[in-house]
Design a protein around this ligand. Structure first.
Ligand code: ZN
Length: 501
């Protein structure tokens, strides 16, 4: 058995190396690559994806898993080797259904559409990107065809990002959340006590923003000796190894909150990856377990910590020192401004209350596109209609409408967005569980000490990597399964105070 286990580990370590090499090509494409290099880069990434796919789906890998699976199934959830074998089987069962030619075609196409989107979006040119988006939907549908017997074509994509989640379970969750969220949004937006966020407008030098954000990142526990921060049009985090976990951000001179909250968000993702047990480095379970759990970490730091009073009790004096614009702005006014609720056009700029409504719109439209009920030519109209009905805002162009998110223009159509709302819901659950064990948490933050929260997350979530499935991890960390209750209690309490409800 030991021999088979070592052989399987060695094969999949090669696969992981190939995947991580592909991740750096992807990081490079998002940060440095000249546009003219996109075509060849797409081919290079498709080659690596094909090699990785071949290793996982090979006869040899299948035989090794067969030799080990009955042992792995009997072992405890905490046996990391057994978890590795079970995860190898899960991934292989998925990958074996998808022809490598389709994987290559998808990767090559995603690289092409991403570059085309970076050119077309600033020009507001939906017509230029439309045929490529049609191709993306076609590829997603062909991908779904590889998984016959699923309730919905999008289930095939969701299972890669959020194990155990389906279109049906997501729609039920969204409906429960919407039922409580929409009345709260209505109360807040019709309150007499509206917040004026003008104090955030100014002219902030990009370099100063980046330096300030680096100070915050380091204070929250981001280890710059194992990472770096660069610029990209759409901020993201990427794990290249246990010793190389990078984040990116973007900076707008007129609004420093974009850079600020992007950095805190990506730091949340990075702390997760940095907290994974070093013994899992290079192993297929040595990464975050699902997009929902990953997003819970970024949203927890961005919103629960980074938009809270104790955080700014510590950082606001430094903020005022760094940006003279804030010298005359009282901290309380700033704090209210960064928590203003304002239904808008852009998901990534959305406040905590309306954010999930943006997600639900995308999820529903993706379902319709994959069901063949919504043609790409009709997407802008459908998008705009939903923004009018759900958020009460009028979309006047494509770039701030259906061309705004990188997801459809750099990956599959479907399978990603549910993770954002699941992440929001879980962020409250995890934070409450941590705070129950750290009664002095607010005081610690006020003193600029975020280490106890980080250590709690390291011990209760991060270090497991993907060795426990998401549901088992949530249960172990919070003693309950996923529930919207802690999230709604948090939102209702916070916004009732802010808007005097
Ligand atoms: Zn995120």
């Amino acid at each position: 058995m030991t021999e088979a286990l070592n052989a399987l580990k060695s094969r999949l370590a090669t696969m992981t190396d190939i995947n991580l090499a592909s991740s750096i090509l992807n990081w490079d494409q998002a940060t440095m690559l000249p546009d003219a290099g996109a075509e060849q880069r797409g081919r290079q990434m498709a080659t690596l994806a094909k090699l990785s796919h071949e290793i996982l789906t090979s006869k040899e890998t299948g035989e090794l898993i067969k030799t080990l699976e009955s042992w792995a199934d009997k072992e405890s959830p905490d046996n990391m080797d057994a978890a590795f074998v079970r995860e190898a089987r899960r991934q292989r069962n998925l990958e074996a259904k998808v022809p490598s030619t389709l994987k290559s075609e998808m990767n090559e196409h995603y690289s092409r559409i991403y570059t085309a989107w970076t050119v077309a979006r600033p020009k507001n040119d939906f017509l230029a990107i439309r045929p490529l988006l049609e191709k993306s939907v076609e590829l997603s549908r062909r991908f779904a065809d590889c998984f016959p017997g699923m309730d919905h074509p999008m289930d095939s994509l969701i299972q890669y990002a959020d194990q155990g989640v389906t279109v049906k379970s997501t729609l039920a969750l969204f409906s429960e959340l919407r039922h409580e969220l929409v009345p709260l949004v209505k109360k807040v937006t019709s309150s007499k006590h509206q917040i004026d966020a003008k104090c955030l407008e100014g002219d902030f030098e990009e370099k100063a923003q980046l330096e300030f954000c680096k100070v915050i990142a380091a204070r929250l526990g981001y280890d710059f000796a194992r990472g770096r921060m660069d610029l990209s049009p759409h901020p993201f985090m990427t794990r290249l190894s246990g010793g190389d976990i990078r984040i990116t951000t973007r900076a707008r001179r007129e609004d420093l909150t974009d850079c600020l909250f992007s950095v805190i968000h990506e730091v949340g993702h990075a702390l997760y990856e940095m907290g994974i047990s070093p013994e899992l480095d290079g192993n297929i379970v040595g990464g975050g377990v699902s997009s929902g759990v990953h997003e819970s970490q970024s949203r927890l730091w961005e919103n629960r910590v980074g938009r809270g009073k104790p955080f700014w009790d510590f950082f606001y004096p430094l903020m005022q020192k760094t940006f003279s614009h804030f010298e005359k702005v009282p901290q309380d006014q700033f704090l209210r401004a960064i928590n203003k609720v304002s239904p808008g056009l852009i998901r990534v700029d959305a406040d905590e209350l309306t954010y999930n409504l943006h997600v639900m719109i995308r999820f529903d439209l993706e379902c319709q596109m994959l069901e063949g009920k919504l043609a790409i030519k009709d997407l802008p109209e459908a998008w705009n209609a939903r923004y009018a009905s759900d958020l009460g805002v009028k979309v006047t162009d494509f770039k701030n409408g259906c061309m705004q998110d990188v997801h459809w223009y750099g990956g599959a159509v479907g399978g990603s967005f549910q993770g954002y709302t699941i992440g929001n819901i879980l962020s409250a659950q995890f934070f409450d569980a941590a705070a129950a064990e750290i009664p002095t948490i607010d005081k610690e933050f006020t003193n600029g000490d975020f280490s106890k929260l980080k250590v709690w997350l390291n011990q209760n979530l991060h270090h497991y990597g993907a060795s426990l499935d998401p549901d088992s991890l949530i249960l172990r960390a919070t003693k309950t399964s996923m529930s919207i209750k802690p999230y709604m209690t948090y939102l209702t309490g916070k916004y009732s105070d802010l808007y005097c409800l």
